[in-house]
Design a protein around this ligand. Structure first.
Ligand code: NAD
Length: 243
């Protein structure tokens, strides 16, 4: 039995299979991850530049450094890996998709009810009156030098709906924990599994399938490991499932 057969067999016989994705699934859409050779760590330390501490104490720095991650998402499109996962969900092989990504590419590829445990870059909110707007409106303020952006309704500061380092985890994370507890199979794609608390989730599943070019702390416990490119692996896996 080759690795694809083994993984397809686990997914076909799973009672409740869940997928967890990270930045590595979107590198083929032209969005850098954090920890690869061309990742954001080469430019800045995300834990610092993308933190609530910097947003509040030095907004000019936040919008010069961490904010570039949000700008880099503009115009990016899903790749075959996102589409293969959406197909697996449609086929009933994945019951839930949990993502650490803030890029909305799973949804653009047709995935439903995605649990976005690190929030969403496509929207922003006022912290006082809860006025909401899309990224384009928010970004117009930033481009015009209105930093931090002012709420058009009440004049308070607005901020991104991305979960920054130092923020509380959103309700989607509680749902992700419940889903992971139920999972007998978890397919992890494109995550170094270094960012807590999400990196605890794979521990809850009975069986693990990992698709990741780099090493993860769970490699030794995984039932199947693919060290290839996410889209190549997922397209082939989806093909095997639908055969
Ligand atoms: P990470 O950078 O720590 O790990 C990404 C992993 O993916 C690496 O181990 C790398 O080897 C692997 N990888 C990269 N390209 C791949 C490919 N094409 N195929 C297979 N594997 C590939 O990212 P993380 O674990 O997701 O944690 C970083 C945090 O940064 C997360 O919270 C994430 O949401 C956020 N982030 C999100 C985006 C996005 O929304 N696209 C982009 C950058 C960072």
């Amino acid at each position: 039995m080759d690795q694809f057969e083994k993984a397809a067999d686990l997914l076909k016989h799973a009672k409740y299979a869940v997928c967890l994705t990270g930045a590595g699934i979107s590198t083929e859409s032209g969005i850098p991850d954090f920890r690869s050779d061309r990742g954001y760590y080469n430019t800045f330390i995300p834990e610092d530049a993308l933190s609530v501490g910097v947003l509040e104490s030095d907004p000019q720095r936040f919008y010069k450094e961490g904010y570039t991650i949000l700008k880099d998402l503009e115009g990016k499109k899903p790749n075959p890996g996102h589409r293969a996962l959406a197909e697996m969900q449609k086929g009933g092989y994945l019951h839930e998709i949990i993502t650490q990504n803030i890029d909305d590419l799973h949804q653009q590829a047709g995935a439903k009810d995605v649990l976005q445990v690190h929030g969403d870059a496509s929207t922003a909110r006022c912290e006082r009156c809860d006025y909401r707007c899309d990224f384009d409106e928010f970004d117009r303020h930033v481009e015009e030098g209105d930093i931090p952006p002012t709420c058009p309704k009440c004049g308070h500061e607005m901020r991104t709906n991305v979960v920054l380092f130092g923020d509380a985890m959103p309700p989607a994370f509680d749902r992700a924990v419940r889903v992971a507890e139920k999972a007998d199979v978890m397919l992890v794609v494109g995550s170094s599994l270094q960012v807590m608390p999400v990196a605890y989730l794979p521990r809850m599943a009975e069986h693990l399938i990992i698709v990741n070019q780099g090493a993860t702390p769970y490699d030794h416990t995984a039932d199947v490991i693919f060290k290839g490119t996410a889209s190549d692996v997922l397209v082939e896996l989806e093909k095997r499932l639908s055969e």
